[in-house]
Design a protein around this ligand. Structure first.
Ligand code: NAI
Ligand code: OAA
Length: 308
């Protein structure tokens, strides 16, 4: 199983590290445009192998796509991250060109790849990949919901003073400060609805904190987060590589599902060897449906800025 990660920056390197530590891939190729950077990150990570006990071979290359040839899974993390006070949508001007060029180069060398798009604004970058590559939609996946759901569970556990392993919950919708739809009515602690433990006001606060999870970290760090993003990507890569048929909310091209068309946005999907094996239709409350609709309008507005 060969995995390529483009962008050896904060998220790309974190993702490569988690993939290696989980030890399910034979090879990870890190590619970056900055001379020597991916080679350096790969060497540093390989020097963790004997310490962390993995056999995954990590190599780094400077913009040489021939070394990515025949990858089963490719991940795009290349592009600029936001700074405090910015929205993800403001990154479109620089990142759209990068994502378009990188996704085309990847496809040229790995015609059967499953592609995971991470660069922001992620739903729009996933849509851009879908429009530019002309490959089956099940092979293009945007990562956002897996991370947002992890942050939702973190906030729920914090509010309940419970261990995170007790909590289950999911965030769908656009991966943006306003567009996320935390599915509070479906969230549970050991199968008991969270509304049994927390007041409506506290649950609203949990949802609000979840939605600005990325912005909060950007304010603290001066750039956006990388540990949980890297871990979330590695979870998707593992589900595909190991054909796990696990459910994650991911950005995928919709054709009528959830009443939406011609958009990539986060919905629950089953991930396996074919990428998106199926889209899962779950019942939403009227409020959740309205949030999803508003979220889709926001994503479509950003998509409108693309030169397709
Ligand atoms: N979807 C999600 O949940 C998340 C998305 N992100 C996004 O991921 C992206 C990367 O974030 P970081 O890793 O923190 O940024 P970073 O600046 O640490 O790394 C980005 C890397 O991309 C490289 N790069 C730029 N243009 C390239 C090209 N044409 N080809 C190959 N490499 C190129 C840069 O040299 C740099 O090393 C950002 O757009 C950020 O907003 C970050 C976290 C979560
Ligand atoms: O906040 C950002 O810009 C990066 C990101 O998407 C996240 O961490 O959720």
């Amino acid at each position: 199983m060969k995995v390529t990660v483009v962008g050896a920056g904060a998220v790309g390197a974190s993702c490569a590290e988690y993939i290696a530590i989980k030890d399910f891939a034979s090879e990870v190729v890190l590619l970056d445009i900055k001379e020597g950077y991916a080679e350096g990150k790969a060497m540093d990570l390989m020097q963790c192998a004997s310490l962390n006990g993995f056999d995954t071979k990590i190599t780094g290359v400077t913009n040489d796509y021939s070394k990515t040839a025949n990858s089963d899974i490719c991940v795009i993390t290349s592009g600029i991250p936001r700074k405090p006070g910015m929205t993800r949508e403001e990154l479109i001007g620089i990142n759209a060109g990068i994502v378009k060029a990188v996704s085309n180069s990847l496809l040229e060398h790995s015609p059967n790849m499953v592609l995971i798009v991470v660069s922001n604004p992620m739903d729009t970058m996933t849509y851009l990949a879908h429009k530019s590559l002309n490959i089956p939609k099940n092979r293009i996946i945007g990562m956002g919901g897996a991370l947002d759901s992890a942050r939702f569970k973190y906030r729920l556990a914090e509010a309940m003073e419970a261990p995170i392993s007790d909590i289950d919950g999911m965030v769908i919708g656009g991966h943006s400060d306003k567009g996320m739809v935390p599915l509070t009515s479906h969230a549970t602690r050991n199968s008991i609805r969270v509304s049994e433990f927390l007041s409506e006001e506290r649950l609203e606060q949990v949802a609000a904190d979840t939605k600005v999870g990325g912005a909060t970290l950007t304010g603290l760090l001066g750039t956006s987060a990388w540990y949980a993003p890297g871990a979330a990507v590695s979870g998707l890569v593992q589900a595909i590589a190991c054909d796990q048929k696990k459910m994650f909310p991911c950005s995928t091209f919709l054709e009528g599902e959830y009443g939406l068309n011609d958009i990539c946005i986060g919905v629950p999907v089953i991930l396996g060897r074919n990428g998106i094996e199926s889209i899962v239709d779950i019942p939403l409350s009227d409020a959740e449906k309205a949030h999803m609709q508003a979220s889709a309008e926001g994503v479509k507005k950003t998509n409108g800025l693309l030169e397709l």
